[in-house]
Design a binder for this molecule. Structure first.
Ligand code: DX5
Ligand code: ZN
Length: 224
């Protein structure tokens, strides 16, 4: 199943509830929440209080992408705030196995994220314990960056590994996913598509989401 995880980083923060409703009306089915701490990445965004604030305004799952140092310290707060999925960067976790287990112990779906410079093989030992793997297709920290073309091979590599190991984790892709790049990531095997700037635009959010999903599903049906 191909799903659009719209990134509220590109939304109008003064009207988050309405922005989420528009993207949902266009077919978006996951709310992607980009959490940045100014240390792991050179930008600061939002944390558990914003997750708590949007929890009652949508029934969609909240997918929290933690771009922070020491994610373990904040996992309980995200669970309490109502997060459904939490993904942590392999580059930020000294004890990745423990951290993923900690997320699951808090009743959330655990995901692991790879920066563009991190080899896919780094995840080999934890693949059986994750709900999803998030392949960064830009260097994390900002929305609106250009898609790194090598990401397509990385997604394909991960999809091959999943098949060889007989696993069924989902493959999420994040960064520069737009109308001109979405088909290539779907063809490579991604099925959770994060998009921010390609979705949110005044007066166009609903139509953008719908068109992005249409293109993704068209590429997906060629695949099967
Ligand atoms: C980047 C974030 C992304 C970002 C995507 O660090 O993880 O989720 O919001 O934005 P676009 O779709 O604009 O590249
Ligand atoms: Zn993200």
């Amino acid at each position: 199943m191909i799903e659009l995880a719209f990134s509220i980083l590109a939304a109008d923060f003064a009207h988050l509830a309405q922005e989420i409703a528009l993207a949902e009306r266009g077919g978006g089915s996951i709310v992607h929440v980009d959490v940045m701490d100014g240390h792991f990445v050179p930008n600061i965004t939002f944390g558990p209080p914003v997750v708590k604030a949007i929890r009652p305004v949508t029934k969609l799952p909240l997918d929290c992408h933690l771009m922070i140092e020491d994610p373990d310290a904040f996992i309980p707060a995200f669970a309490e705030a109502g997060a459904d999925m939490v993904s942590v960067h392999v580059e930020a976790c000294r004890h990745l196995n423990r951290t993923l287990q900690f997320i699951a112990d808090h009743g959330m779906l655990a995901g692991v994220v790879l920066n563009p410079a991190t080899p896919v093989e780094m995840l080999f030992e934890v693949l059986p314990m994750v709900h999803h793997v998030l392949v960064m297709s830009v260097n994390p920290g900002f929305g609106g960056q250009s898609f790194l073309p090598r990401s397509v091979q990385r997604i394909r590599h991960l999809a091959r590994l999943r098949q060889e190991l007989g696993l069924n984790f989902r493959i999420e892709v994040d960064g520069g996913v737009a109308h001109d790049t979405v088909a290539s990531v779907v063809e490579a095997g991604a099925d959770m598509l994060v998009a921010g700037s390609a979705v949110f635009a005044p007066g166009k959010t609903e139509a953008n989401a719908r068109e992005l999903l249409r293109l993704a599903r068209a590429a997906g049906s060629i695949n099967v």
